[in-house]
Design a protein around this ligand. Structure first.
Ligand SMILES: Nc1ncnc2c1ncn2[C@@H]1O[C@H](COP(=O)(O)OP(=O)(O)OP(=O)(O)O)[C@@H](O)[C@H]1O
Ligand SMILES: Nc1ncnc2c1ncn2[C@@H]1O[C@H](COP(=O)(O)OP(=O)(O)OP(=O)(O)O)[C@@H](O)[C@H]1O
Ligand SMILES: [Mg+2]
Ligand SMILES: [Mg+2]
Lengths: 165, 155, 155, 165
């Protein structure tokens, strides 16, 4: 399984619709401070089911919606879609390609889809169980967070080991 | 249950030492169960000894040595149980130029098993990548993406 | 007592904004007394708005923006009450190349008042320095010093 | 006032006697990971009176003494001397040049000197009071610590402001 494509609109600083295609090799994301690189990592976490606002660097879930600038108005919702190549059937679903979509409105209302069919967050979490890429996995290491593997108390570290066992 | 955990633990421990020795070009590292009597509840301590140096408290290691040790442990876990893709946000920030090259060389050998997407400022990481995406903010506060061929650089 | 604190606070606040605007080339930043009623006990909050962006929770700023904001506050305090010398250990690690140059230019203007000694991996910081000292460990675990002219680089 | 010279022997990875001369401009210390750059910053903190082992990245004060390598035996004590130019009389002492020396032995015994005259730690602390370079000042910013100015609770931050006021 690999990540084929990321589509976003209205997510944090990505006011306009953007689309990122990925190949299965090594991709580097570069750019100046504050340009939006870590926001891409946040978008991937979020669409895979992240529920902790702290992990997304916000104080409330609404913080992920484009808040406007001096010259642009805020947007009313944020949407991210991630497309996964499933030809090896790692995901327990009968499609070669799986697109997971998440949308949140300022009202707090959320929508979720798998291959354009509406579903619940629970369905996404269950789909990703045991793949290592759900929100409890270790597939996303955030900025400034690598040292934590060493400095968390030895009891907390156990959690990563149990994930990996 | 306990037997299964101890087997897994032994494997991660061995892998950790192997990866550490490869990244640091020597030395040794390991994991220690704090409470040998109560293995299923025990905390896990980390030991790391860069080549030629004496084994000391992890706190005394340098910023770069700590980051590289954490990276070794992450790679050890990924070797045992690879995730389909891995998003790494500037995890090599504390490494010097020489260590960044060791880091990206290691990732290249890994990348047949796992797809890596890395946010980086480091030249070495960029040069070792297959694809570069540049993120820009020509208009203040609005991010856009520029797909870049190897050889161009942004920011 | 309260009057004196408020005067000092106002000065740091103004300096913070001045330094921030110079480093970020625009925007604004300030300090806020959390408890306006109880000024002598109140905590102090920080606001920072990079140019063209909307004022948001500090947590949403990028790694580099946070580091640069912290540097602006440090310099603001140093402007008001300079220390004779200042030892900075890799404080510009999170800044991109362009921001490292803004950082070292600012330090140059400051360095008549304060002597700066910086540990760094960054080319921009090295190029802006008057003297370079290289630390090496030819023999594992034993540090030695090499005095370097500008133009040479170690590690 | 400025820092003129740093002499050390047996401090952390500096097994052999070394001497660093500083001019009043901007000095950069460079080198590979783990070579000893931050140990120089630790030495400056320590000779100026730092008492917190945590700030010195150790777990006991003995950790600052060279612990040996695969090919060298540990040393029995660590010594650091810092020489300050005092021509502007910032320090309340009648010398144009002030050298502060600190020595610690494995037994835990400590020795302190000002211009080669034995003194107590208390005398060094009092000499540096109000200069900003004592252990409570903000003249040394450690590796990975600059973000703390922002992320400490707003009550802790107050301490820095009071220092500066
Ligand atoms: N909801 C939002 N609306 C608009 N802008 C936002 C929103 N959330 C975050 N931002 C902006 O996104 C920027 C941060 O982006 P990001 O963290 O991705 O930067 P970065 O490219 O990783 O930079 P660095 O190299 O410094 O880590 C901030 O300037 C912040 O103001
Ligand atoms: N008491 C001691 N005896 C011998 N070596 C020590 C002692 N204390 C620390 N060290 C060694 O000093 C090294 C760390 O040095 P330091 O933190 O100065 O590195 P650095 O040059 O700042 O590296 P980085 O660029 O990674 O931050 C460690 O490898 C550690 O083992
Ligand atoms: Mg970032
Ligand atoms: Mg260091």
């Amino acid at each position: 399984m690999y990540l084929k494509r990321l589509d976003m609109q209205g997510f944090k600083s990505f006011a306009e619709k953007i689309c990122l295609d990925f190949n299965s090799g090594i991709t580097s994301v570069v750019g100046p401070n504050g340009s939006g690189k870590s926001n891409i990592a946040d978008a991937i976490r979020w669409v895979l089911g992240e529920q902790s606002v702290k992990t997304l660097r916000g104080s409330k879930m609404e913080d992920v919606i484009f808040a406007g600038t001096e010259h642009r108005k805020p947007l009313g919702f944020a949407e991210v879609s991630i497309t996964l190549d499933n030809s090896d059937s790692s995901l327990p679903i009968a499609y070669d390609e799986v697109t997971i979509t998440r949308r949140v409105f300022r009202s707090g209302e959320s929508e979720y889809m798998i291959n354009k069919a509406p579903c619940r967050l629970k369905d996404i979490t269950e789909l990703l169980l045991d793949t290592g890429i759900g929100r409890d996995g270790y597939s996303v290491i955030g900025q400034g967070r690598v040292d934590e593997i060493l400095s968390t108390r030895s009891e907390d570290r156990r959690h990563i080991f149990e994930e990996a066992s | 249950m306990k037997k299964q955990f101890l087997e897994q633990f032994k494997l991660i421990n061995e892998n950790f030492n192997i990866v550490f020795r490869e990244l640091f070009n020597g030395g040794r590292a390991g994991l220690i169960l704090v409470d040998q009597e109560n293995v299923l509840e025990s905390g896990i301590d980390i030991e790391a000894q860069p080549p030629g140096k004496k084994l000391q408290n992890m706190l005394l290691l340098s910023g770069g040595e700590r980051a590289f040790t954490a990276i070794a442990l992450l790679f050890a876990i990924l070797r045992l149980k690879p995730t389909p893709f891995c998003i790494l946000d500037e995890i090599e920030a504390a490494l010097d130029e020489a260590n960044v090259y060791r880091f990206i060389e290691y990732i290249k050998n890994f990348s047949c098993k796992t797809q890596f997407i890395m946010v980086t400022h480091r030249k070495g990481t960029m040069e070792g990548s297959d694809t570069l995406y540049g993120v820009t903010m020509q208009e203040h506060g609005v991010s856009k993406i520029v797909s870049m061929k190897m050889g161009e650089k942004v920011g």
